[in-house]
Design a protein around this ligand. Sequence first.
Ligand SMILES: Nc1ncnc2c1ncn2[C@@H]1O[C@H](COP(=O)(O)OP(=O)(O)OP(=O)(O)O)[C@@H](O)[C@H]1O
Length: 373
Amino acid sequence: MGVEVSVEGLTKSFGSQNIWRDVTLTLPEGEVSALLGPSGTGKSVFLKALIGLLHPEQGSVIVDGTDITKCSSKELYEIRKLFGVLFQDGALFGSMSLFDNTAFPLREHTKKSESDIRSIVMEKLDLVGLGDAGDKLPGEISGGMRKRAGLARALVLDPQIILCDEPDSGLDPVRTAYISQLLIDINAEIDATILIVTHNINIARTIPDNIGMLFRKELVMFGPREVLLTSDEPAVKQFLSGDRFGPIGMSEEKDDATAAQEQELADAGIGGGGTKDDFSEIIPQVQPNPGMPERKASARHRQRVEDMMHELPESAQKAIRQSQEAEDEVRRNNAEAQERSGQSGGSQKVDTEKQFAGSNDNTEQFPAYRGGN
Ligand SMILES: Nc1ncnc2c1ncn2[C@@H]1O[C@H](COP(=O)(O)OP(=O)(O)OP(=O)(O)O)[C@@H](O)[C@H]1O
């Protein structure tokens, strides 16, 4: 069961360099949220502040009723057990095999026997397609494999909150789709609260219930994904389309002269290279694989959105209605498919596993999630 993480008025600086200020948001219990923002806006710093690795000078982070910015180190140690964190580079110990890296939190935080540890570790390594690579060292595998090993390690304590710093970096588009589906399936199975930091627009469009964006040292917005995806905010539109022209520059802020130059180019019909995709056309959110339980957070999210609907821009309201209809249809189809497979005597879940099992290199596959320890 996931827990809510409530951030209020959070401000972080390093010396005289302010990273962000007055960030307020709530990661709702069991929902999947994404945090976007140009490079260097402090998304990783934000994740580290959520687990008390960095200390903000103002504000609070309430996790399961405890303000982790003010609690004792003993309390913090206990609270951290609720978290599973996938760091940007996997953050594996270079001298330990993938097996020992994955086993580390279990050996550190539990009194489980080595045989229990072995079965949990193998289950998680299998889950991320690394069942055959347990004896490899981090230096002997690809960046994408390190990322997946980091995810296996993040999952071993069955966390109630999962933080993923760029889960897609170093992965090709297909493996990114597998890892995204895996996160949704895990969410369906254990109802963990998830925050994904990403630059990947496909992930942002299809995975989270909520999206936020950091820009110019502030949280520009945070709310149901449709609000950001249909936003008219220039920085948001520019970020989604990946256009050079707009308020986001190579360094954080553009000066007036550059902005004027761009306007001249735009007036002359020269574009900034962004995609022409219409992000207000909402793609249905990825649903758990057939055979997985329904995400408990979906109903809660829908109720929350319903309660705030009257405060949202009309374009967001329309998009929300559209995505709700599309998601209902996907769920109906999944239920029908499962019923059919039940009638024919087989389980849809087994079929899904077969689909992922593949015939060639097992280390490159992501099998379907099969539940907690
Ligand atoms: N421990 C630290 N000490 C001093 N400055 C730091 C520290 N950690 C991060 N920073 C600074 O904070 C800023 C934000 O860094 P951060 O890695 O959070 O950005 P980001 O939004 O995650 O970027 P990217 O998308 O490129 O990963 C950077 O200017 C970085 O140099």
